[in-house]
Design a binder for this molecule. Structure first.
Ligand code: GRF
Length: 216
């Protein structure tokens, strides 16, 4: 697996911890950040995982950056490429190349609130619940077939920051490691625009109720 980050790397850390605990049958071959100041790089290095920086500054176009990124990724021939807070939009050639292997987590109950500042959007919309979605990346920004999705209640006193912290802690850090375990075991796969679970098309994303005990 190769993990792409841009920031804190809390999701990355959950992958590292899950692999160390033996509940995610995978190995992170490399972590690649598009920013040299991504704190998540230190998490990779502390875990002995090769951590690389590929800054988008050095490239004349998005396509050239994507091509350079793909070249770095392909050195590891990963079965899974996990976007974990990777804050760049990837072009269709890149997405096509990794289709079925490329996953992302978006901090909303997609299709609600694609884009940025999702927690503030949910609060402003007066939503009763909010959460996160792990999905295959298939071209539509913050879209793509959803693997697992879970929400929690928004509290009256919630600020965007408090809500983001709770969604991260109670939702993201559970559903993303679980999704990676299912993917690594081949129990979840992409077929066309549908997610297969044990070979059956999912009508709805999996939910907290589907999580194995180790991820609850
Ligand atoms: C997470 O909230 C994720 O949903 C969003 O960006 C944030 C990344 O956090 N895409 P971290 O870098 O994993 O701590």
């Amino acid at each position: 697996m190769v993990v792409l980050i841009s920031g804190e790397g809390r999701n990355l850390q959950a992958f590292i911890d899950g692999i160390d605990a033996g509940i995610i049958p995978a190995r992170i071959e490399a972590v690649i950040a598009n920013r040299a100041d991504a704190p998540g790089l230190a998490r990779a290095r502390s875990a002995g995982i090769p951590a690389e920086v590929l800054s988008h500054d050095g490239f004349a176009s998005r396509a050239e950056f994507d091509a350079a990124l793909a070249a770095r990724i392909d050195l590891h021939a990963p079965r899974i490429v996990a976007l974990a807070g990777f804050m760049r939009i990837l072009g269709e050639d890149f997405v096509h190349r990794y289709r079925g292997r490329l996953v992302n987590i978006h901090p909303s109950l997609l299709p609600k609130f694609p884009g940025l500042r999702t927690h503030a959007q949910a609060l402003a919309a007066g939503e009763p619940t909010h959460g996160a979605t792990v999905h295959f990346v298939t071209g539509e920004l913050d879209g793509g077939p959803a693997i697992v999705q879970a929400g929690l209640s928004i509290l009256p006193q919630d600020t965007a920051e408090a809500l983001a912290a709770r969604v991260m802690q109670d939702i993201e850090l559970r559903i993303y490691p679980q999704a990676l375990a299912w993917l690594a075991r081949g129990e979840v796969a992409l077929e066309g625009d549908h997610v297969l679970r044990h070979g059956q098309r999912l009508a709805l994303p999996l939910s907290l109720a589907d999580l194995e005990p180790a991820f609850r």
